[in-house]
Design a protein around this ligand. Structure first.
Ligand code: GDP
Length: 303
């Protein structure tokens, strides 16, 4: 049974209020729950980025046993919030820490999704919790990505292992796990490339990293974290599908929930894939990573 590491609460109280999309700002008048009203609800949920399938299912669940009844706005909101919370509760789980050390966390996702930033934030939180952390800059083809990761490593006070530009990421991963083992590190986080333009290459690169890591520890990687950008909306769903083909994704971090994203896509992701949501990114600073709280999220989403 893995030990879990609670993340610090969001540094910006009330940030979830900004997640609220149209679903909350449109008044729902007290009236009979009929087809017309259900259609309106569906539209509001779709506008919150929930996606058609999930919006239809949520609406159907609300209607079950209540069709034709009169409901007030607050009753509808409550039903909606509990329906959303029911979907989200099973996936709200912090990054599990297994007894094996170093625990290897492979971090995948398209470029720009927030991988580097999330690795920096996680490193800082684990370090603050007394864990010894090592980072490997596995995107060896993007010099800028390596430099960014070094900046984050300095901020977090965590060493970042790098390799010359263009060198084999798998050999860096091998050296990194060797060093992490020698140093008695608790956690090794490996950044990876996010070039989806050439999927075959990326798949080969990721599977080679995994093969090489397994030579040192056959139970590794213990987590494969997919970082998703909330502002890409429904596109996040196809990114999960793509990365599940490329790697053995074990959990998600959703970034940029402090911006214009409506957040409903998290419900669609939970409904469709059931993958754990380990944390959410709520800003560009080192403390802007929060645990995912289903109740708070559901309340914010439904207004
Ligand atoms: P990578 O290419 O996947 O490594 O992505 P980066 O970590 O470099 O992030 C890309 C951009 O997104 C940077 O400008 C980050 O500051 C920004 N970013 C990452 N996470 C968040 C977040 O939670 N909120 C906001 N507002 N910006 C974020």
């Amino acid at each position: 049974v893995p030990e879990t590491e609670p993340l610090k609460p969001a540094s910006k109280p009330g940030f979830l209020a900004r997640l609220t999309g149209r679903a909350s700002s449109q008044p729902v008048v007290k009236r009979v729950l009929d087809d017309d009203m259900l259609e309106q609800l569906e539209e509001l949920l779709i506008a919150s980025d929930m996606g058609v399938d999930t919006a239809l299912r949520v609406t159907a669940n609300i209607a079950e046993g209540r069709f034709g009844k009169r409901l007030s706005t607050s009753e509808i909101k409550q039903l909606l919030a509990s329906e959303v919370a029911r979907i989200m509760e099973p996936v709200a789980r912090p990054l599990p820490l297994y007894p094996t050390t170093p625990q290897v966390v492979l971090v995948v996702g398209v470029n720009g999704s927030g991988k580097t930033t999330t690795i920096g934030k996680l490193a800082s939180q684990f370090r603050a919790a007394g864990k010894k952390v090592v980072i490997a800059a596995g995107d060896t083809f993007r010099a800028a990505a390596v430099e960014q990761l070094q900046v984050w490593g300095e901020r977090a006070g965590v060493p970042v292992l790098t390799a010359p530009e263009g060198s084999d990421p798998a050999s860096l991963a091998f050296d990194a796990i060797t060093k992490a083992q020698e140093d008695g590190a608790d956690l090794l986080m490996i950044d990876t490339a996010g070039r989806l333009q050439n999927r075959a290459d990326l798949m080969e690169e990721l599977s080679k990293i995994v093969r090489v890591i397994r030579k040192k520890d056959e139970t590794a990687p213990h987590n494969t974290l997919l970082v998703l950008d909330a502002t890409t909306g429904q596109n996040a769903l196809s990114q999960v599908e793509t990365f599940q083909k490329l790697a053995d994704v074990s959990g998600l971090v959703m970034t940029k929930l402090d911006g214009t994203a409506k957040g409903g896509v998290l419900v669609a992701l939970a409904d469709k894939f059931g993958l754990p949501i380990h944390a959410i990114g709520v800003g560009e600073q080192i403390d802007d990573l929060a645990p995912f709280d289903p109740e708070e999220f559901a309340a914010a989403l439904t207004g």
